[in-house]
Ligand binder design. Structure first.
Ligand code: NDP
Length: 312
């Protein structure tokens, strides 16, 4: 059991954490980055990435994260394979204890633990994830040009994703488990007015259907929860937009969060309510959730931590 002390501890190794590490290392802060349970974060479970600037052709999400981590290492980050089990942010230096038994003490902390997309959780969903099923229309919508897609969910994300997908798909069907949407009215109006979008109410997935080797989604079997009727519709793609869960369990009671458990940061900044603690990436962003915005806030967090250290 070792105690590591650092000027800046970064928890999380997705785009936000790695970018914070790159900036902090280049500012000679000798950062420690603790990788966590899913090294590389959400990009490691995607395939083609076409919207991260700097690459003419599609790159692979896992490859991009490998590069970010190598870059962070190369400029002087100490990367540690551990999963933080508890933190004490009530006094400086802050303390974090890993499942390995190691203790990390830090003058500043960057929380970059990300968020996890919620999935429906049925077996056939796993089979076609990345092969027709996606949890991110902004990332994958482009691949459905001229095709038909369905979107699951009834919140703002589902409505925004359905509208966004009309830029590519010939037909978008929103499927919701109830008979009203919880999305804001303005979004609902746009959705109902759009001639490419239709809605199937009161329905849940029984099974995703498709071909195997190579796996490819071709349709979805639905059950009407009011009548029990089973139906099948053809589709090329399915977007799951039933919400995300920010990975903030560890920080409950330690930093301020909103009603959905996202960490609250000062607008235009990554500052939390605890001086010296910064939050970057999806852990504090329920709106954009992009690799590039996560990287952007990771950069901000490192620069703000550097300023904080200079002032103390
Ligand atoms: P929400 O939690 O708001 O909505 C999730 C939707 O998915 C609900 O309609 C819910 O149904 C449905 N759902 C949940 N679990 C299941 C399941 N197992 N099977 C089928 N359906 C399911 O998530 P969002 O991602 O839409 O939004 C999260 C937060 O982010 C909200 O506060 C939202 O307002 C905000 N947001 C804001 C945006 C903006 O301002 N531009 C853009 C996107 C999000 P039910 O309604 O029955 O509970």
């Amino acid at each position: 059991m070792t105690t590591h002390h650092t000027k800046i501890l970064i928890i999380g190794s997705g785009a936000a954490g790695c970018t914070a590490a790159i900036y902090a290392a280049r500012a000679s802060l000798n950062p420690i980055l603790v990788r966590g349970m899913q090294p590389g974060g959400q990009l490691t479970i995607t395939t083609d990435v076409e919207n991260f600037p700097g690459f003419e052709h599609a790159i692979q999400g896992p490859w991009l994260m490998e590069q970010m981590e190598k870059q962070a290492l190369h400029v002087g980050t100490q990367i540690i394979d551990d999963h933080i089990a508890r933190v004490d942010l009530s006094k400086r230096p802050f303390t974090a204890v890993g499942e390995s038994g190691d203790t990390y003490t830090a003058d500043t902390l960057v929380i970059a633990t990300g968020a996890t997309a919620r999935w429906l959780g049925i077996e056939s969903e796993k089979k076609f994830a990345g092969f027709g099923i996606s949890a991110c229309a902004t990332c994958d919508g482009f691949f459905f040009k001229g095709k038909e897609v369905v979107v699951f969910g009834g919140g703002n994300s589902a409505v925004e994703e359905a509208l966004f997908l009309t830029n590519f798909a010939t037909k978008v069907t929103l499927i919701h488990r109830r008979d009203t949407l919880r999305a804001e009215k303005i979004g609902q109006e746009r959705l109902f007015k759009n001639p490419k979008i239709s809605v199937i109410w009161d329905s849940v997935v029984e099974e995703f259907i498709g071909t195997e080797n190579p796996n490819s989604l071709t349709g979805v079997r639905l059950k009407n929860v009011k009548t029990g009727t089973i139906s099948e519709i053809k589709t090329d793609g399915a977007f799951i937009a039933i919400g995300h869960t920010p990975n903030t369990e560890l920080f409950k009671g330690a930093v301020d969060m909103d009603k959905d458990n996202y960490i609250i940061t000062t607008p235009g900044s990554t500052k939390t309510n605890v001086p010296g603690v910064f939050a970057a990436g999806d852990v504090q962003d329920k709106i954009f959730r992009q690799a590039v915005t996560a990287a952007g806030t990771g950069c901000m967090a490192a620069l703000e931590a550097e300023r904080f250290l200079a002032g103390h």
